[in-house]
Design a protein around this ligand. Structure first.
Ligand code: NOJ
Length: 529
């Protein structure tokens, strides 16, 4: 990639690494920075352009790094600052951008800021966090719920007030209405950007500002038993507040102090509200993550509607993006099935917008069942048994058939998938029709065919399990035909011509079409017109 290209984040393919589970280099069963450096040749061979690392900063690990106790250090579990500098240098030398996770909504309760804040009501850091008096009955100040179960307020007996935590009590929320908090976090951003980091994925960016009056959230009339308890109320006042966009515009200005960096926002909202995060005049996040496919029912008509609704809401000039998996949601191969995982890969890499891959999805890694005594995720521990656990999508990368899948020479922090002896990078690299080979071919084709990157998205009417669209570039176009079903599909159309560039089954390249297309079950093709 052209390193000076200001818009690299539009053309590139992103790859999320969950560092604990990618590659261990020091035999402690936990992945680390040196391990990532060792695997840069693999990342290059995939053809991706940027890696995003989930948090690697000092942390008590109550939420595996999303509870930060020092924003400008590296947790010794992952290595040292020297190791990090070496990673940036080696990644850049390999033509890969590096994106860090910024977690500005909350710190660890072990962060010195919070230690000071909880000391006394008149501590200068008191107002860096969100402290409120008890309700008249002594209970929490309002009905806001923690995403990880229970009230979002924890009573602090020493000072007689409650503090707010949208996630664990060990993750107190910062008060983003306080200008000193903003300045401190912008300096954190400058620290990493100054080191050459290419941007940030900002954790729960839509949570940063809460209602100034702390009004009760309304009950959720659609709540169903079996759903996570925080869904009992609608988060009307606890997130997605209008003022958050001023904060994000400020963050964007910090990022823009440096050349060619990217600001990505983690946001789970419906399309209309999501696209507001591009900001007024696109001065907000470059890429508000679009998670619509993470929970999409896997039906052609529903996916078609998801694409349509998102495309329709995008502000003029806003660049789209798509995500199929991350460290919080069940693996795509388990959601849609192994056969459809290939079709999903073709969808992700042929839609209009920057794709983000989740480590291991390229070898079809599935959700791993975690026995109760092996649960590590605090969400599952707090809200057991309803399927919210995130350990199953965070299991070690399956590199080879070696002990511990080549991930570590000791027992990994989470169990490996039972099928790693067969489903691993070495085997997939040796098989020219593996899902890994498909991912590589899709990424390579995206690089070769500008229509797949910058072409318009043009839906083509289709029925049943068939999803059909064209990517129309100024000079060339391709048609994508995806069979989301388990039965063959025949498509006849005079407009159907050209040549198959790629099939998800990797065996039809070069086949000429003349008005008829036969798709096998679970097959997708890209047709060059
Ligand atoms: C979103 C992160 O992706 C998730 O892993 C984490 O638990 C919460 N934010 C809290 O930081």
């Amino acid at each position: 990639m052209d390193q000076s290209d200001e818009f690299w984040w539009r053309h590139g393919v992103f790859y999320q690494i969950y560092p604990r589970s990618f590659q261990d280099s020091n035999a402690d069963g936990i992945g680390d920075i040196a391990g990532i450096i060792n695997r840069l040749p693999y990342l290059r061979s995939l053809g991706i352009d940027a890696i995003w690392l989930s948090p690697i900063f000092p942390s008590p690990m109550a939420d595996f790094g999303y509870d930060i106790s020092d924003y400008i250090g590296i947790d010794p579990l992952f290595g040292s600052m020297e190791a990090f500098d070496a990673l940036i240098a080696a990644a850049h030398a390999a033509g890969l951008k590096v994106i860090l996770d910024l977690v500005p909504n909350h710190t660890s309760d072990q962060h010195p800021w919070f230690a000071a804040s909880r000391k006394s009501r008149d501590n200068p850091k008191r107002d860096w966090y969100i402290w409120r008096d008890p309700a008249p009955d002594g209970g929490p100040p309002n009905n806001w719920m923690s995403e990880f179960g229970g009230s979002a307020w924890k009573y602090d007996a020493a000072t007689g007030q409650y503090f707010y935590h949208a996630f664990l009590a060990a993750q107190p929320d910062l008060n983003w209405r306080n200008p000193a908090v903003r300045t401190a976090m912008y300096d954190v951003m400058r620290f990493w950007l100054g080191k050459g980091v290419d941007g940030f994925r900002v954790d729960v960016i839509w949570h940063l500002i809460k209602d100034a009056e702390f009004r009760d959230n309304p009950p959720n009339p659609d709540f169903r038993e079996g759903r996570p308890p925080h869904e009992r109320v609608l988060p009307l006042y606890s997130n997605d507040q209008a003022e958050v966009h001023d904060v994000i515009a400020e963050m964007r200005r910090v990022v823009d102090e440096f050349d060619a960096r990217v600001l990505i926002g983690e946001i789970y909202l419906p399309p209309k509200r999501l696209v507001a995060y591009y900001g007024r005049d696109l001065a907000g996040a470059h890429l508000p993550f679009n998670f619509a496919l993470l929970s999409a029912p896997w039906h052609a008509r529903q996916i078609e509607k998801i694409i349509h609704d998102y495309e329709a809401e995008l502000p003029k000039g806003a660049w789209p993006n798509w995500v199929l998996g991350n460290h919080d949601r069940p693996r795509v191969a388990s959601r849609v099935g192994q056969d459809q995982a290939r079709v999903a890969a073709m969808l992700l890499l042929t839609l209009r917008g920057t794709p983000t891959l989740y480590y291991g999805d390229e070898i079809g890694m599935h959700q791993v069942a975690i026995a109760p005594d092996q649960v590590r995720d605090p969400f599952e521990k707090n809200v057991p048994g309803i399927g919210v656990g995130r350990d199953g999508c965070r299991t070690p990368m399956q590199w080879s058939a070696a002990p511990n899948a080549g991930f570590s020479t000791s027992t990994p922090w989470l169990p490996l998938a039972d099928d790693f002896v067969h489903e691993n990078v070495v085997n997939h690299e040796a098989d020219e029709r593996s899902i890994l080979s498909l991912y590589k071919a899709l990424i390579a084709l995206r690089k070769k065919m500008p229509a797949l990157v910058t072409g318009n998205y043009v839906p083509i009417a289709a029925e049943g399990d068939l999803l059909l669209y064209r990517r129309q570039g100024p000079e060339s176009s391709v048609v994508i035909a995806l069979n989301l079903g388990a039965e063959p599909v025949e498509l006849q159309s005079d407009a159907l011509g050209g040549e198959i560039l790629l099939s998800t089954l990797m065996d039809r390249q070069g086949e000429k079409l003349d008005g008829v297309l036969d798709l096998r079950d679970n097959e997708g093709v890209i047709i060059g017109e």
